[in-house]
Design a protein around this ligand. Structure first.
Ligand SMILES: *[C@@H]1O[C@H](CO)[C@@H](O)[C@H](O)[C@H]1NC(C)=O
Ligand SMILES: *[C@@H]1O[C@H](CO)[C@@H](O)[C@H](O)[C@H]1NC(C)=O
Length: 208
């Protein structure tokens, strides 16, 4: 009798599990080191949030790209980011310190400071899946975003479906914001180009 009950319960649990996405397989955090597949330039494709209050900020971002680079210090990743907002481009640099599977970043924008804990997950090839927890100065979480970046900004429909399942596993709201691929220019290149133009003008005073 007891054995039958156990069998019945087992059958019920496995039935329940089968109807849910298999989150253990879908959500695998990446250990962050210099071999992590997170480096290079990435274009934002889609994002989600876990609290309604976070929606407005993300919707103000029309396009976004980031570049992650290993630094001379193995515990530090250097980040360059550029967001297109309604009223223009905003970009900046930050250093992230790494502890195991989490990156910690302090971002200064226009006199405001924000703190971010980042986690990265296994995802499609040529994709970057990052979970960003914004922390208030008292270390309380303001909430989480889930961002999917790709190399080109494009994504296959099946890959989008996987992202949605991963977001569900990570308890994000089933709402999404998609980025455009009208990216802000890389100001580092602009300033380098301006500088070399200036240098040329310096060495060719007769050109004018
Ligand atoms: C970004 O801006 C373009 C042009 O202004 C607009 O067509 C597009 O809908 C915007 N996309 C997002 C995601 O806001
Ligand atoms: C990042 O760290 C490097 C090396 O310590 C430093 O030179 C640079 O100014 C830092 N960048 C930012 C944005 O804090």
């Amino acid at each position: 009798m007891a054995a039958q009950l156990v069998v019945a319960l087992l059958a019920l649990t496995s039935l329940g599990a089968a109807s849910e996405p298999d989150c253990k397989d879908l959500v695998k955090p990446l250990v962050l080191d210099s071999h992590s597949p997170i480096y290079g330039k990435w274009v934002f494709h889609v994002g989600s949030w876990d609290k309604p209050g976070l929606k407005k900020d993300l919707l103000s971002v029309n396009s976004s790209w980031v570049e992650l680079a290993a630094s001379s210090d193995s515990g530090v990743i250097s980040i360059y980011w550029a967001d297109r907002l309604n009223d223009g481009c905003l970009q900046g640099e930050a250093n992230a310190t790494i502890t195991g599977m989490t990156s910690h970043t302090t971002v200064y924008i226009n006199g405001h400071t924000s703190y971010h804990d980042g986690k990265y997950y296994e995802t499609c090839a040529d994709c970057l899946l990052s979970e960003d927890t914004t922390l208030l100065p008292n270390s309380q979480s303001k909430g989480r975003y889930l961002f999917l970046f790709t190399r080109t900004g494009n994504l296959e429909p099946s890959e989008l479906e996987t992202f949605k399942k991963q977001a569900e596993c990570l308890k994000f709201l089933p709402e999404y914001h998609f980025g455009s691929t009208e990216l802000c220019p890389d100001e580092r290149e602009t300033s380098a180009a301006e500088k070399s133009e200036l240098d040329q003008t310096d060495t060719e005073p007769a050109a004018k």
